[in-house]
Design a protein around this ligand. Structure first.
Ligand SMILES: [Zn+2]
Length: 280
């Protein structure tokens, strides 16, 4: 998971756009509840740090107003009044889904699902760029209770050096096996770590990283074989892997799957001495 900067949207203006475009029946209801909706927005962005306790029970909110607000999401579709909300949000992710960091973030995920948290259906801080695969796997999961909760890409601050994904590499007689796991001994808040582990499992990041690892190991094996032909010994090959790991770590963070994998390859002696030939 990668922390994203909070989108620079004026959420009051966005709400007013929704109200202006509402149907004749919905408009007076939304106008009457505008202050309460804005108070919900304030509570959502609140003190910055995100926690499950901040999720408000909306039972007191009239059902018809909730339904009106849920419908406003269609205004973010192309050529509709809030289409720039979608494009603005997708552009903050820098072409990588913040949750898997494998695929392009082409969809917006409702962090709190719009089926249960309707007032946040078109509220920028609740709309997180996500790839199609992650969004489908997440569905309406990740916000039901404190134990089954995702980290919030805008509000849960993770530093570049936070290392919570570990890659394991085993060089076998015929092939090279990888495994990706969450490091439960990572120096992170226990709640955050629990959520990272929960979403790691729901988003099937282990098997997805394993699949992506095949290409990266192949590319590295080609490089190491060339180095060997040029007379570089195992130590020089190890240093090359370590250097590549450092670059990924510096740019994408210590928990980026490529950084974790390269680091595992650089500390796996059987791999850089001779095992890489099995990937060719
Ligand atoms: Zn993703």
């Amino acid at each position: 998971m990668k922390t994203l900067s909070l989108p620079l949207r004026d959420t009051t203006v966005d709400l007013d756009t929704c109200i202006a475009r509402a149907s004749a029946q919905a408009k007076p209801r939304l106008v009457a509840h505008r202050g309460e909706i804005l108070a919900l927005f304030d509570n959502y962005t609140g003190n910055g740090a995100w926690d499950f306790e901040r999720v408000e029970d909306l039972e007191h909110f009239p059902k018809d107003v909730r339904a009106d607000l849920r419908k406003t999401y269609s205004l973010t579709y192309p050529n509709r009044a809030l289409h720039t909300l979608r494009s603005d949000l997708l552009s903050v992710a820098n072409n990588l889904c913040p949750y898997c960091r494998l695929e392009e973030p082409s969809t917006l995920d409702h962090f709190l699902p719009k089926s249960r948290h309707e007032p946040f259906a078109s509220f920028a801080p609740n709309l997180v760029p996500m790839c199609k695969t992650c969004n489908t796997l997440k569905g309406t999961k990740g916000s039901k209770n404190a134990r089954q909760f995702f980290t919030h890409a805008y509000f849960n601050q993770l530093a570049n050096e936070d290392r919570f994904v570990i890659a394991q590499v085993a060089v076998g007689a015929r092939h090279i096996a990888t495994n990706f796991i969450i490091d439960f001994s990572a120096d992170l808040d226990a709640n955050i770590l629990q959520r990272l582990a929960y979403q790691f499992s729901i988003l099937r990041l282990g098997p997805r990283y394993q699949l992506a690892a095949i290409d990266l190991i192949y590319t590295q094996a080609v490089k190491l074989a060339e180095m060997e032909r040029d007379g570089c010994n195992a130590e020089v090959r190890r240093t090359s892997l370590e250097g590549d790991a450092l670059v990924e770590k510096r740019i994408f963070g210590a928990s980026y799957w490529k950084a974790a994998l390269l680091e595992a390859l650089a500390t796996n002696e059987p791999f850089y001495t001779d095992g890489y030939h099995r990937a060719l």
